[in-house]
Design a protein around this ligand. Structure first.
Ligand code: KG4
Ligand code: ZN
Length: 342
């Protein structure tokens, strides 16, 4: 079964073809970063319009690269939510129309399920049940995954998501957009331990997160120290390091608890922040010590992409799930309400 995947929930246009028998055949991502950079964040209307511009040529090119005619595609999967309503509508309308034209089924995929299953695109895959830490720009969630579509939410952010905290802190420190990767790069040069930021909510047994206070902590540290500092670049790097250490430590503490509480021995890391090098190293070390295993997608599949949507859609289509002709998008969507597969 060949599935075309389409991702347009935010500021990346992603397309891919996944084959049930042959794995991932092709994928392409176009990032709108340059388009939004001058505004310091994603402008929803510009995002929608750019998806409209890019989707047709990207799908055409990808089919040509794969040496496939569209008629060979057996099903279409598109991100139906959560995300920006206008951006989702572009992918949903396009995906649904293609499927109608080709006379094949289409399925609307939950964006976070896509992230969560992205490690399944690698040769070494986790075995159910496992704990997944989903850390993106919009979500921070710990989920017990018992099968495809069998998700138990263990904890989530009560305010800013981890990626959002990275982005907002980077903005406050005037590091540009998108802030997460820039902040992480600067943190590499920072001195560990010069500043110590709190590890929010780690004194409580539950598995929820709160990251919004960290950006304020970063800002007040900057305002206090900048007046006295000789070297402002150094100061910024040290603050970035303290911020990153606090986020990584907090995520790690909660992951350890989630593994203890569930008895799972595998941990999956997914979503944009899982591209963070220090987080990966810390998780790796923790899992080694505990005798468990960590799984994550290759960096290009940590951030938004069409491959994860094609894969998640393939799982659902092969189980016979698909949409009626009318389509719907869900800008807000609770993943634990998804139908189990099989
Ligand atoms: O999954 P994703 O591409 O989009 C959403 O579904 O939100 O995640 C994007 C988020 C952004 O907040 C970005 O700053 C963050 O992931 N991010 C990082 C890194 N790379 C991307 N955060 C920290 N360190 C990184 N290396
Ligand atoms: Zn995402």
């Amino acid at each position: 079964m060949l599935v075309l995947g389409i991702e347009t929930s935010c500021d990346e246009t992603g397309v891919a073809i996944y084959s049930g028998g042959g794995g991932l055949l092709e994928h392409a991502v176009y990032s709108q970063i340059a388009l939004h950079a001058e505004y310091g964040g994603v402008v929803p209307e510009l995002a929608s319009r750019d998806h409209v511009r890019k989707l047709v040529p990207m799908v055409r090119q990808m089919l040509a690269d794969a040496g496939l005619n569209g008629e060979r595609i057996d099903g279409v999967a598109y991100t139906a939510g959560p995300g920006l309503a206008g951006a989702l509508l572009v992918g949903a309308a396009f995906g649904r129309s293609l499927a109608w034209g080709w006379g094949v089924p289409a399925v609307g995929v939950h964006h976070m399920e896509g992230h969560l299953l992205a490690p399944m695109l690698e040769s070494e895959r986790p075995v159910f049940p496992f704990v997944a830490l989903l850390v993106s720009g919009g979500h921070t969630q710990l989920v017990l995954v018992e099968g495809v579509g069998r998700y138990r939410l263990l904890g989530e952010s009560v305010d800013d998501a981890a990626g959002e905290a990275f982005d907002k802190t980077a903005k406050l420190l005037q590091l540009g957009y998108p802030g997460g990767p820039v902040l992480a790069r600067l943190a590499e040069q920072g001195e560990p331990g010069r500043f110590r930021f709190p590890r929010p909510m780690t004194d409580r047994p539950e598995l929820d997160f709160s990251f919004s206070g960290l950006k304020t902590f970063a800002l007040t540290t900057w305002q206090r120290e900048a007046a006295l500092a000789q070297d402002l670049d150094r100061l910024k790097a040290d603050i970035c390091r303290a911020f990153e250490d606090a986020v990584v430590d907090t995520l790690l503490i909660k992951c350890r608890r989630a593994l203890e509480q569930t008895g799972a021995t595998s941990l999956v890391l997914a979503g944009g922040v899982s591209a963070n090098r220090r987080l990966r190293e810390a998780v790796e070390l923790m899992m080694d010590r505990q005798g468990g295993r960590a799984f994550y997608p290759r960096p290009e599949f940590c951030t938004d992409n069409g491959a994860m949507i094609a894969y998640a859609g393939w799982q659902r289509l092969k189980a016979g799930q698909h949409e009626a002709l009318a389509f719907d998008i869900r800008p807000r969507w609770d993943m634990t309400t998804l139908e189990p597969v099989a």
